[in-house]
Design a protein around this ligand. Structure first.
Ligand code: COA
Length: 628
């Protein structure tokens, strides 16, 4: 999602020494069905400079004054006729020699260099539809089935038989799927590390990590015959975990909620102890983390309460110690039917994670089972010997966690008036319709537009991740202003809405096909730094930082189920909006910070979204009637 970039990019890009990491090209073994088109995928292109400048100016225009805009026009002219030409030439050269000119840079800049906690700022949470179980036995049954579903899915990854994912008719890069069940982030001072044990390499994981009452367990999920354990065998492993973990352990998972440099310093002390080092490595090498949580004991808006549980664990006195946020995927199984997940972003975007989740939920509903494995190694409780210094750090981690958690406002809700069906019936893109509803909701309260980010997938290209769809446009501003003007007719409002939707759809189509501007502008800046060329004035222009400060940070993460994803805002005075459009409803996760007195509480912003969607439907539907 990479929204943190806005906050960090200028500071980091200027101060980071750019080390050239080896490009991890797909190995020659990756030839199964899953990779059948991988080698034929196009390389991520470098967009023409003139095109990027023109588009950039169009996105700046609705956000700044006329004088500011004219100054930016002048800077763009100077850039494209001056140093920009040289930087473009150097970037094109880099693109020739790399599988993807951006991907190695991106991993560092967007994730591993970021020093803020990954929790809330970068790791999204996902809430599953409520399942029909209650209490420990139901929870363990559900967890066992879920893990069996995960192993069922893993077979397709290991054997490279997973079908290639498509966006429209275009096949997508599958590398994220390959790595997602074997990766972990490791804290480092200045820059984190990222390890991966993919299925085609020695040391590929055969165990999961389970957290129960803050205790951490290595739980083998394959027999010595190499077969995955059956659901009943997994259940027996979890029974053992519950027996061994009856007493609450030290909440060392809280360290993974810390600022990264703080955690890195603690980590360096912890690995001095041999047993502790080996325990940490066991977590890093595992397939996934499973968190078996206590109940939330709440009747009041359980969806939102459980949303907090999935995003950050709800504080040191609730579930936050029962987490390991460095691990790529943590599945969180609550004791009250609410379950979900949390994921660390370095390895993958939401779609592969949601695909795995959909598979597991479908697996549970079908009740598939296979023959038992033989030669089962029982779970081991991992040993952590904490020095007194590390124990002292744990008290600070509790306080820091609670401060961070208490500041986050979140609202998880279902908009039930319509879903994708209405925009489709009007022959417009549902995603562009929803994006304009977000623009309208924001404008309604703040009375001005702001820099707006939507993730657009560039996985059509080898090793592609995302580019930004800048959702605020000249057309979206004209539409939002008209909607709040009682002198404008419904017919005119509908016309402006259609224009705003078309404009968004065009930008989105460009962004996903390699014609976005944000990654290109980033590449030009990074190549300047790498070659000791002064940062061009274009990047020091207030319009550049204003238009790229994502006060609206959004992502569409569709799922087959009524699940919903959410994340924190990426700037103090911003909002996070995530949505899963279903045919007849739309699920939203909306966040803001309580400490900021310029933004609305998430629940009030949710109300504005609902109002905006309904008004837009009414305007469109009535203009259609008028045309009949
Ligand atoms: N008339 C009728 N139907 C239309 C339409 C139109 N004019 N335009 C679109 N539709 C339909 C589509 O055919 C599609 O139908 P389906 O529900 O049967 O599949 C549906 O509406 C959705 O299309 P749309 O709303 O336009 O969105 P999209 O699926 O094309 O997604 C993006 C747009 C930008 C979200 C997508 O390209 C993308 O990049 N997704 C990845 C984002 C990501 O990585 N997120 C995770 C970050 S962690």
């Amino acid at each position: 999602m990479n929204r943190l970039l806005s906050r960090n990019i200028i500071r980091q890009v200027c101060s980071t020494k750019l080390s050239k990491m080896s490009s991890s090209n797909p190995s020659t073994k990756l030839k199964g069905r899953m990779f059948s088109v991988q080698a034929a995928l196009p390389k991520y292109p470098v967009a023409p400079l003139e095109q990027t400048m023109d588009k950039y100016l169009r996105t700046v225009k609705p956000l700044v004054s006329e004088d500011e805009y004219n100054y930016t026009v002048k800077l763009c002219e100077e850039f494209k006729n001056g140093v920009g030409k040289e930087l473009q030439g150097r970037l094109l050269k880099r693109a020739e020699s790399e599988t993807n000119w951006l991907s190695d840079w991106w991993k560092n800049i967007a994730y591993l260099d970021v020093r803020e906690p990954c929790v809330i700022n970068s790791n999204p949470g996902v809430l599953f539809p409520k399942a029909d179980y209650k209490g420990l036995q139901g929870q363990l049954d559900y967890a066992s089935k879920f893990i069996a579903g995960l192993l069922d899915y893993k077979v397709m990854i290991d054997q490279q038989t997973l079908p290639v994912e498509h966006l429209g008719k275009n096949p997508l890069c599958m590398m994220q799927y390959f790595e997602v069940l074997s990766a972990c982030r490791i804290p480092g001072v200045g820059r984190d590390d990222h390890v991966c044990f993919p299925p085609d390499k020695p040391g590929a994981p055969k165990h999961i990590t389970v957290l129960y009452k803050n205790n951490i367990f290595e739980v083998p999920v394959y027999g010595q015959d190499g077969q995955p354990l059956s659901t009943n065998q997994i259940r027996a492993q979890l029974d053992e975990v519950v027996k061994l973990g009856a007493e609450k352990g030290a909440p060392i998972g809280l360290f993974t909620m810390e600022y990264r440099n703080t955690w890195a310093n603690i980590y360096q002390q912890m690995v001095k102890d041999k047993a502790t080092k080996s325990s940490l490595e066991s977590i890093q090498r595992s397939i996934v983390v499973i968190c078996l949580d206590d109940t939330n004991n709440t009747m009041n808006d359980p969806r939102t309460i459980s949303g907090h549980q999935m995003l950050h664990g709800s504080g040191s006195n609730a579930h936050s110690g029962n987490r390991w946020h460095d691990k790529t995927i943590q599945f969180i199984i609550g004791a009250d039917g609410y379950s979900g997940l949390n994921y660390e972003h370095t390895t993958a975007e939401g779609p592969p994670i949601i695909h795995i989740m959909d598979h597991c939920l479908n697996f549970i509903s079908k009740g598939k089972e296979w023959s038992p494995a033989s030669g089962i190694t029982p779970p081991t409780k991992l040993e952590f010997n904490l020095s007194s210094d590390v124990q002292t750090s744990l008290n600070a981690a509790k306080q820091n966690t609670d401060k961070m958690v208490n500041d986050l406002d979140l609202q998880v809700f279902v908009f039930n008036e319509f879903g994708k069906d209405f925009p489709k019936s009007q022959k417009v893109s549902p995603d562009s319709f929803i994006q304009n509803a977000i623009q309208l909701a924001y404008y309604r309260y703040h009375k001005r537009p702001c820099g707006s980010y939507e993730s657009g997938s560039i996985r059509m290209f080898q090793r592609g991740r995302t580019d930004t769809i800048r959702s605020c446009s000249i057309e979206s501003l004209a539409f939002t202003q008209a909607m709040l003007d009682s002198n404008v007719s419904k017919q005119k409002k509908a016309e402006l809405l259609r224009r705003a939707i078309d404009s968004h759809k065009k930008y989105a189509a460009d962004a996903i096909s390699g014609k976005g501007i944000d990654r290109h502008l980033l590449g030009l800046k990074l190549i300047a730094i790498e070659n000791n060329i002064d940062i061009p004035d274009l990047y020091k222009d207030p319009s550049f930082s204003y238009s790229g400060t994502w006060r609206i940070s959004t992502s569409q993460v569709p799922a087959k189920t009524e699940s919903v994803l959410f994340f924190g805002p990426v700037c103090p005075d911003g909002y996070g909006f995530c949505y899963n459009p279903q045919e007849k409803c739309i699920l939203f996760g909306i966040s803001s910070y309580k400490s900021n007195n310029t933004t609305l509480p998430a629940q009030e912003m949710a109300e504005l979204i609902k109002t905006s969607l309904v008004e837009m439907r009414d305007v469109m539907a009535s203009s259609m009637r008028a045309n009949l």
